[in-house]
Design a protein around this ligand. Structure first.
Ligand SMILES: NC(=O)c1ccc[n+]([C@@H]2O[C@H](COP(=O)([O-])OP(=O)(O)OC[C@H]3O[C@@H](n4cnc5c(N)ncnc54)[C@H](O)[C@@H]3O)[C@@H](O)[C@H]2O)c1
Length: 264
């Protein structure tokens, strides 16, 4: 068993990531950076895409300095042309893609407000990034993944997609639906599509932005009384992208210490 918050060690996953090409959105910080570090540590080359190109470049540089394979791209997942250009670069430089992680998303306190208060422009951007971003990146990536043994896509949903009281939760409910739909649509091409629904995880953004009372409320609802950490989500990603999950597709795996028990 892995120590809470730590990632699976490379021994337990073998070298199945060696030489594989991964594309991670929102890779400049938080989960995206942690996913990239874990994949690169296991021998994958990670293309780190973020709307904040400087953050992606710095995060990639850190991996490269440590001897891993990574490169950075400025990319807005909600912008079809931006994603098309990024995928064209992947095709040119790497010839194909084995792992896509649709991680970029808008979240945190700003989106946990009533919809009438948020207003249409803010809601449109939320759904453009969290929902259309998954669609745009998936459709652009699938032609690069076709015929690559073990290829798989991971979407990042949220436990907020279970009680769905917020616009954010609804956007992440759509991610669960897209995961099932894409798994069905692309299964015949040998592609698996799964999602992870993290509970509250203490990334730098969450630590900086979330009110302590919100953090305390979520923890009180969990069955496991500790903070969720990015490493918990990384472990789920490593399972779902590995051969150990070769018969698993269309699923959303909740990683939230039991936050949603009794809800869904
Ligand atoms: N942290 C949590 O507790 C938590 C819980 C459940 C789900 N999630 C989900 O996990 C994902 C990552 O969360 P995080 O906590 O690491 O977030 P974060 O805010 O720390 O990082 C998100 C990254 O995505 C990038 N990004 C934002 N919009 C983008 C766009 N249009 N195109 C490309 N990149 C963009 C940002 O620049 C940033 O680097 C999100 O989808 C979030 O909704 C997070």
């Amino acid at each position: 068993m892995t120590e809470p918050g730590k990632t699976l060690d490379s021994e337990s996953t073998g070298s199945e990531y060696e030489g594989r090409i991964a594309f991670v959105t929102g890779a400049g910080r938080g989960f995206g950076q942690a996913f990239s570090q874990a994949l690169a540590a296991r021998g994958a080359h990670v293309v780190m895409a973020d709307i904040d190109g400087a953050a992606a470049a710095a995060a990639a540089q850190e991996i490269v300095a440590g001897g891993g394979g990574a490169s950075a791209l400025t990319c807005d997942v909600a912008d079809e042309a931006s994603v098309a250009a990024a995928m064209a670069a992947v095709r040119r430089e790497h010839g194909g893609l084995d792992i896509l992680i649709n991680n970029a998303g808008l979240h945190s306190e700003a989106y946990n407000i009533p919809m009438a208060q948020a207003g249409v422009p803010m809601l449109r951007r939320l759904f453009d990034v969290n929902v259309m971003g998954v669609i745009i990146c998936t459709l652009a990536a699938v032609p690069l993944m076709a015929g690559r043994a073990g290829a798989s896509i991971i979407n990042i949903s949220s436990t907020a997609a279970y009680p769905v009281p917020t616009a954010y939760g609804v956007s992440k409910l759509a991610v669960r639906g897209l995961t099932a739909a894409f798994a069905r649509e692309f299964g015949a091409q040998g592609l698996r599509v799964n999602a992870i629904a993290p509970g509250l995880m203490m990334t730098d953004t969450i630590r900086a932005e979330l009110k302590p009372e919100t953090v305390a409320y979520v923890r009180a609802q969990q069955a496991i009384d500790r903070e969720g950490l990015p490493g918990d989500v990384v472990d789920a990603m490593l399972f779902l992208t590995s051969a150990a999950a070769s018969f698993v597709t269309g699923e959303t795996l909740k990683v939230g210490g039991g936050f949603t028990l009794g809800i869904g």
